[in-house]
Ligand binder design. Sequence first.
Ligand code: 13P
Ligand code: ZN
Length: 268
Amino acid sequence: MTVLKNAALAAEIGKVAEVAGYLWQKGWAERNGGNITVNVTDAVDDEIRALPAISEPRPVGKRLPRLEGCWFYCKGTGRRMRDLARDPMSNGSLIRILPDCAHYEIVADKPVAPTSELPSHLAVHDWLLAKGSPYRASLHTHPIELVALTHSRKWMEKDAATKMLWSMIPETRAFCPRGLGMVPYLLPSSVELAEATIRTLEEDYDVVMWEKHGVFAVEEDIISAFDQVDVLNKAAQIYIAARGMGFEPEGMSEAQMRELGEAFHLPK
Ligand code: 13P
Ligand code: ZN
């Protein structure tokens, strides 16, 4: 039996599989690179709620009080995005948070252990719920050009990359209107990385870079989270293409950027 017979859940997990395919096609998901979690609590019905656990309780790493009664679809640790695209319930699993808000158990379909970046994903979901955000999806991936930018002190300066990327093509400012936050290098999967990610998202970003590692994005659903990263990485590719042609790109002017902000009522 698969929980995918629940149509609402199948729709959300179907979007995850679609995005996993894009990540692989883009070359952002080498081996098991990247992870996705989606808060699917609203899609879970009484039949799923009554299912027994298929794993022992496991620690989340921290008590996350807003996650009481929450359910998540999570990519499995060590699993490939290209495999998840074909078969999401063999390369990811449905988990529920236990009443102590510090442990989870796997419920379906198979005992696939969730991503090693679960501390960051769940801490971010807890923070999103605490601030009443409608965002339910989080994406971590390794987009080549954006990761390359983080190897330079210049682009790690607050909002230096944002300004450059916004100025490459008007859509970047319009469709990634909060820009790109920067998180200094921290050990993958650590609680410290989770805390630094939240501190940076709190500065009013939807997308943050993990220095020399990857990107972490939040949005209402996983398609929109992917879109924000795609738009930013496209801008980075335009910058690199211009540099490859032997010149520093001019970028849109401050006045053009201001005009865009007013026309589209952008938040920054
Ligand atoms: P997982 O396979 O555990 O999801 O890890 C992939 C990754 O990108 C870690 O940062
Ligand atoms: Zn990673």
